[in-house]
Design a protein around this ligand. Structure first.
Ligand code: NAD
Length: 446
């Protein structure tokens, strides 16, 4: 089978690489000519474990192609995935301009039957909107079916998530489209993966509802962590005790600096806005967003607690990406925290194993020294602020860290270190939701 994937970002490139690895002939399209030229030379535009090898292998085997020409890509394809971005637009709505543009192009060059599939995360009604745009832009009588196939991969483990999903959701109104998509997906999976076959509208809702639910779980444990600090409980034990209950599950019960990334913030905003537009306010989702917004203040409160006079002091920030194993800094808590610290007069020494180029583009140079590694970042620092729990930060030589810092102050927003060990080493250490909190002056509380 031949397929086209329009949009060669985190989702599109992983989708294309994984399908091609399973024998499908895939053409990935992007309107970013530099990205396509780089991919043709074997340069991978993003950091995603395992992706480079997969792209190289399947490009060499002649199963994975790259082009900027959508019409050329879709001409031989039976299935066309739309995987372009749907960023936050005005008022929190999803900006569908990229999706619309792709739909118009598909309509213009439609010359044989296709299944057109939205893989981008899109609001309910987008499938119908894309169908209308294609119909309005097409001159011939070539049929096509619309389908929705939302993607649930996580950056950092995208390939294994794609190849071993918990479920594949197919929203479509035509049996032909459902059969084609099942034929495309089934050979990918070694063991049985459940298909949820439903309407396009329900598939679109499944994606938003899932992301909002996970965001809610994160905000919930973050609030519980705050309470644990007050009552002398340990959120690690609390989360473990909760997570062993199969009705709850252990995932997304790790407290931290709040959710970020390219999905949860924008998708919760979009879902809340869709609900408002339909006169049905989602109070839980609004609360999850508000709790998350306050998270940054909570981290800053801990920094202020240990370092009340911040002007001219140096804060070493470890981790810039919104999570480990990715270079994605979209809505990453680290960036907002750095902006606030910089505005308050702190000097920043920042390090991330892969996300520094992306962070540099967004933050610029002012007030930030970009370190070579974690040890370089903490050299001469007044406070270490750990924001992303990359594995390489778990086993730092903390003696060395202690000896090179100007003052031994640590705020660990991911609970990577143990209080007793840090205390023994002479650090003043603040984590999240553990009985080692510091009293933030009332006037400075969020
Ligand atoms: P991205 O920004 O990494 O990639 C989007 C790509 O589309 C870019 O390379 C851009 O140049 C390209 N593009 C834009 N307009 C185009 C056009 N007209 N023709 C061809 N290419 C075009 O985005 P992403 O993170 O891959 O996300 C894509 C969609 O998938 C979004 O809706 C997102 O919400 C959803 N999603 C993302 C993730 C994730 O972890 N990143 C997971 C699940 C779902």
């Amino acid at each position: 089978m031949k397929i086209a994937v329009v949009g060669t970002g985190y989702v599109g490139l992983v989708t294309g690489a994984c399908f091609s690895d399973c024998g499908v002939d895939v053409t990935c399209v992007d309107n970013d000519a530099a990205k396509i030229a780089g991919l043709r030379r074997g340069e991978i535009p993003i950091f995603e474990p395992g992706l480079e090898a997969l792209v190289h292998k399947n490009s060499a085997a002649g199963r994975l192609h790259f082009t900027t020409d959508t019409c050329e890509a879709i001409a031989p394809a039976l299935v066309v995935f739309i995987a372009v971005g749907t960023p936050s637009g005005p008022g929190g709505t999803a900006d569908l301009s990229y999706v619309d543009q792709v739909a118009r192009t598909i309509g213009t060059c439609l010359a044989s039957y296709k299944v057109v599939v939205t893989k981008s995360t899109v609001p309910v009604g987008t499938g119908e909107r894309v169908r209308r745009i294609i119909q309005e832009s097409t001159a011939g009588e070539h049929g096509f079916d619309m389908a929705s196939n939302p993607e649930f991969l996580r950056e950092g483990s995208a390939i294994s998530d794609f190849l071993r999903p918990d479920r594949v959701v197919i929203g479509a109104g035509s049996d032909r489209a459902i059969t084609i998509l099942k034929d495309l997906y089934t050979p990918l999976f070694r063991s049985e993966v459940p298909f949820v076959v439903t309407s396009v509208a329900s598939a679109e809702m499944i994606k938003y509802s899932s992301n909002a639910f996970l965001a809610l779980k994160i905000s919930y444990i973050n609030e519980i962590a705050d309470l644990c600090e007050k009552v002398g409980a340990d959120v690690f034990d609390v989360a473990q005790g909760m997570g062993l209950d199969r009705r709850i599950g252990p995932q997304f019960l790790q407290p931290g600096p709040g959710f970020g990334g390219s999905c949860f913030p924008k998708d919760t905003r979009a879902l809340a806005t869709i609900a408002e537009e339909h006169g049905c306010s989602l109070l839980t989702v609004h609360s999850a967003m508000e709790v998350n917004r306050r998270r940054i203040e909570s981290v800053l409160g801990k920094v202020r607690c240990l370092l009340p006079e911040i002007v001219g002091r140096t804060v070493a920030v470890l981790g810039l990406a919104f999570k480990p194993e990715t270079d994605d800094v979209r809505e990453a808590p680290a960036l907002e925290i750095i902006r606030a610290l910089r505005a308050a007069g702190a000097l920043i020494r920042a390090y991330d194993p892969v996300a520094m180029p992306a962070a540099r583009k967004v933050l610029g140079e002012g007030g930030i020294a970009w370190a070579r590694d974690a040890y370089d970042a903490v050299r001469g620092a007044d406070l270490l602020l750990l924001i992303t729990e990359w594995n390489e930060f778990r086993h730092l030589d903390l003696h060395q860290v202690r000896n090179t810092m100007r003052s031994p102050l640590v705020v660990d927003t991911r609970n990577v270190y143990r209080y007793e060990a840090m205390s023994d080493l002479g650090f003043t250490y603040l984590a999240v939701g553990r009985p080692c909190s510091c009293i933030v002056p009332r006037s400075e509380r969020p």
